[in-house]
Design a protein around this ligand. Structure first.
Ligand code: EPU
Length: 454
């Protein structure tokens, strides 16, 4: 009976996945954007916070949860581990991990769907002294996504780590001991993962050369609300005094910096004027400053930004860096703007040096781009033209949506399952701003391609 119902859940998940693989976005470009849009909770904070709930022997009520596939996958991993997960309303989830009795998260069908499933190593190791998690998936930027800094950090806390047969094993039967961890590079994932384990280690842990992204601070704030003792999150050195127990509590996730940045890029590409609500404007400073350089007006309204573009976009150079530098997760969306700017721009990527695979799709739309190692030289054109293109990852996908909205003619985007992993209601939100986009089943595509605006 049990096996049968587990089987039908799997089948339902598989059918839903196949259904979305059968869908495309059809965009009639050339419409300026006007109106208001609200930003959802931050994906990359939510994924860490939901995984961190494992550490709490009680109930976490988490508000402002984004309704996206990646988060749904993490909630399903929690359920399979034995947690109780209830959606209280549209934006709030109640998680109780008291019932977890296993350290095995060997759910390859789920863990390979998100990169961040490796956070269950940190949280299971922190709570139980052992973790066995099948390896994660996530966006493929054209190279291996290493985990050496995670391994080094766990080992530094006294864990024995072994990665074999597609499983990340970490064990420390006598308990983790606080230590100094000096990361070779600034890694969001490694900083969060080691923080998750170190909150329950004996004594002090110092994370040096830590990542400083807003989601790092959000995870630390969540854990502190639950009784952890973390200081310095958002700086290079995070100090963690281990505690024996975390307690129940309530937390609200910060707004998504990259979702907000995506709407900023969309109106900059299409022209018009929009207000983006529910943001932390400080997190957007790096994006606002660059857009201003390109001739876009960005006004800080407190917990909203007004973004207006009427004239030409000016060329500029951009170096992608860890926070507070220009974010890598805005690389593709911003490249679309450079494709439309008045002159030649250079974008240099230092976080994911091979993150330019998507340029081939923009070239199909008339972009003039030369990729040379970790730099792209982009010669602005007067207009992009609609074409059939394919999203190869989440942000590349949202960039193609922006390119399609700014282009002349019709753009068809396949591979939209990548986009729907990480943006809540992207298409309804863009439609509410005046974009002409529909989602169609591939079978109905011929009709939609004839230019029907639904
Ligand atoms: N790196 C190593 N060793 C490691 C870990 C990372 O060399 O052990 C390198 C990576 O190869 C990369 C750099 O360090 O060159 C940064 O990687 P990081 O660990 O910071 O990335 P991540 O944690 O795997 C998160 C986000 C990504 C975002 C990056 C950088 C999540 C779930 N993912 O990935 O978000 O691009 O940080 O900010 O938080 C997205 O949202 O679209 C996305 C891809």
């Amino acid at each position: 009976m049990l096996a049968k119902s587990a089987g039908s859940i799997k089948n339902a998940e598989m059918l839903a996945y196949l259904e979305i693989c059968m869908e495309k976005y059809i965009i009639n470009g050339g419409k300026p954007l006007y109106g208001n849009v609200s930003v959802s909770g931050a994906k990359n904070a939510a994924l860490a916070i939901v995984s961190a709930a494992v550490l709490v022997d009680g109930t976490c009520v988490i508000e402002n949860i984004p309704k996206i596939r990646d988060v749904a996958v993490h909630l399903n991993i929690l359920r399979r581990l034995g947690a109780s997960v209830k959606l209280i309303n549209d934006k709030t989830v109640e998680i109780n991990c008291s019932g977890i009795r296993t350290t095995n998260a060997l759910f390859n069908d789920l863990t390979r769907k998100t990169r961040a499933s490796y956070y269950f190593v940190g949280s299971l190791l922190g709570r139980f002294g052992a973790a066995h998690v099948s390896l994660s998936g996530g966006c493929n930027f054209g190279g291996v996504r290493p985990i050496d800094q995670h391994i080094k950090g766990f080992e530094q806390l006294g864990a024995k780590v072994d990665v074999r047969s597609g499983i990340f094993h970490a064990e420390c039967p006598d308990g983790l001991i606080g230590s100094s961890v000096f990361f070779d590079i600034s890694s969001v994932g490694a900083t969060m993962n080691i923080m998750l384990a170190a909150v329950k280690a004996k004594g002090m842990t110092y994370l040096e050369n830590a990542a400083k992204e807003p989601h790092i601070v959000d995870l630390a704030n969540f854990l502190n609300t639950m009784g952890a003792d973390i200081k310095g999150a958002g700086t290079d050195i995070i100090k963690i005094r281990g505690v024996s127990k975390l307690r129940s509590g309530f937390y609200s996730i910060i707004p998504d910096q990259i979702e907000a940045g995506t709407y900023m890029a969309a109106v900059s590409a299409c022209g018009g004027e929009i207000i983006i609500n529910d943001v932390i404007t400080k997190h957007l400073d790096c994006i606002s400053a660059k857009l201003a350089e390109m001739g876009v007006e960005v006004e800080d309204l407190g917990d909203a930004v007004r973004v207006r573009r009427t004239g030409e976009l000016s060329r500029t150079n951009i170096t992608i860096l860890p926070y507070p530098g220009y974010p890598t997760d805005m690389n593709p969306q911003t490249a679309v703007l450079l494709c439309l700017a008045n002159g030649t721009s250079v974008m240099t990527e230092t976080v994911w040096p091979s993150r330019f695979k998507y340029m081939d799709e923009l070239k199909r739309m008339g972009a003039i781009v030369q990729v040379d190692g970790s730099s792209a030289v982009i010669e602005g054109v007067k207009a992009l033209s609609g074409a059939p293109v394919e999203a190869c990852d989440l942000r590349a996908g949202s960039a193609l949506v922006i390119a399609g909205m700014a282009a002349t003619g019709v753009t068809e985007i396949s591979g939209i399952e990548h986009i729907e992993r990480g943006y809540e209601n992207l298409i309804p939100k863009l439609r509410s701003l005046g974009a002409d986009i529909v989602t169609v089943n591939v079978a109905d595509n011929d009709e939609a391609s004839l230019g029907a605006s639904v």
